[in-house]
Design a protein around this ligand. Sequence first.
Ligand code: TPP
Length: 563
Amino acid sequence: MYYINEKTNMLVALLAQYGVKDVVLCPGSRNAMIVNNIAENGNFRVHRFTDERSAAFAALGMCGEDRQPVAVVVTSGSALMNCSPAVVEAYYRHMPLVVVSADRPQEEIGQNVGQTMLQADALRHCTRCSVNLTDAMGDTAYFNHRLVCEALVKSISPVAGPVHINVPLPDVSECEQSDTAPSFDCQPILFRNALASGAALLTSDFDFIFDDARRPILVVGQTTEPLGRMMMTSIRKQMVVLSEPLSDLTSEAFDGIFSNMPSELLPDLVIYVGDNMVCRAINRSFASIGNLKVWRVSAEGDFASPFMHLAGVVRQTPESFLLQLEAYLKEKAASRNNTMGEHLSDTMGEHLSDTMGEECFDNNFLSAWTVAFAEERQRLDEAIDMQRLSAAATVAYIHEQLEDMEYDYRLHYANSTSVRLACRYATGNYVYCNRGVNGIEGCVSTAAGHSLATDARVFCFTGDLAFFYDQNALWNSELSGNLRIVVFNDHRGSIFDRVKGLAASSQRETFIAGYHQADARGITTQNDIGYIAAKTIDEMHLGVVKLLTEETSRPMLLEVFLD
Ligand SMILES: Cc1ncc(C[n+]2csc(CCOP(=O)(O)OP(=O)(O)O)c2C)c(N)n1
């Protein structure tokens, strides 16, 4: 007899798929479903121990034989804590001990229900990974699957050690039973530690990642420094790249493409490197693709995919991975070129090698995206009326003027509308932004700090709320003339004008968008900062030229009034 419980079935399937052979089972009713289904499964060597402390040490002893993960399954309450001496020992001995604890549903914790305690993360100081599955299944199936995969992978890589999987479960009496073994269709998330010495990716690894993908997309999130321009240009010739100026000097604006995404632009494989993306629409759009595979590349080997569908993780730095990817794509294009080259004239051959990605993958995919990028560029450029004062016109005008400046500069864009404008109109540049958690509180201070660390001019573009929030950035006599700030003052957080679902709220302007009547003049006077106000398009043009060209010993600020 088997219990039919999705979390249990998924856990048991993944334990087997990740090669767990030995499991130590401890008595209890909350863990009975897991214990029963593992014992019935036939893929495991099962062992009985009543004392959980002893059980966990026994599992540790089994790990010692070949340093493969061994699981111990305990019930809820103090049973888990009894595993802790063995877990601490395993931590300092780098042994892959997998502790699986059954738990009560969250609403019963701390309610004086018997055999309950706060089990989630109870062992976090002495585990390599500690995960707490959610109570719900359905929509959260992907989430639970990712957590179990992550824990099992981290029991052996990059450094072996104990992990804890806490599994809230219903009462066993509420669970359906069946005589047929549950079949649970789930694949393990693969992990490749390409940062380990001598573990660089091989052609065969890339073949494996690309598998039979026809419509691959490389998504590049924020990076700490700009990626090599030549490398990115070369990759773009072979495959579609979605990136932003927060990582890539060759980025193409793409946000708008997602507002009405045609199905022929949807990928079947996403390779995701870097950190957060500014564009949010991409997450929802890709998450909804049924047969998508996502490969994550990061130096930490994190299991992060805002697009879900995680199929594999490569632990590698973005720059090294991309260099290897570039070489792989070139090699792939060249080998195809060689086979076809015999039948082609030289000129044709050259042309072909430039666009070989189209041949390697789906014929039309790269060209469809090239057209989409071009149309989006045209749409964005046409959307700006350069004769009417707006934040977009100001950003576009500044970037036009900056091209003529001979000095070195750095660009900081604050969170909210400003950084979105950067993704549209600052392409070709590298943009700094506090995108780690998207806070508006320190954007000006970060730019001010940067200006103290470089002789280059540091430009900071910010909305009014982010600016007034962080006005103390300017309360500093050390700042000098290389800091130049542009404040877009529309007297509110105007990003909320565009949030669907807020339009009907009569509290939107006052409480949600933080309406105010302040301007920056007083702050600049108090802090000895040069001040320029622009209320018309002509004033903006003059102000920008002054901001870009005037030599001063103290920072300057241009405030563009937009309402
Ligand atoms: C510390 C912090 N508090 C609140 C928020 C939520 N938030 C996001 S955007 C925004 C409004 C920003 O307004 P503004 O700086 O004027 O930019 P705009 O979009 O109007 O150009 C707020 C309050 C946040 N991101 N960070």
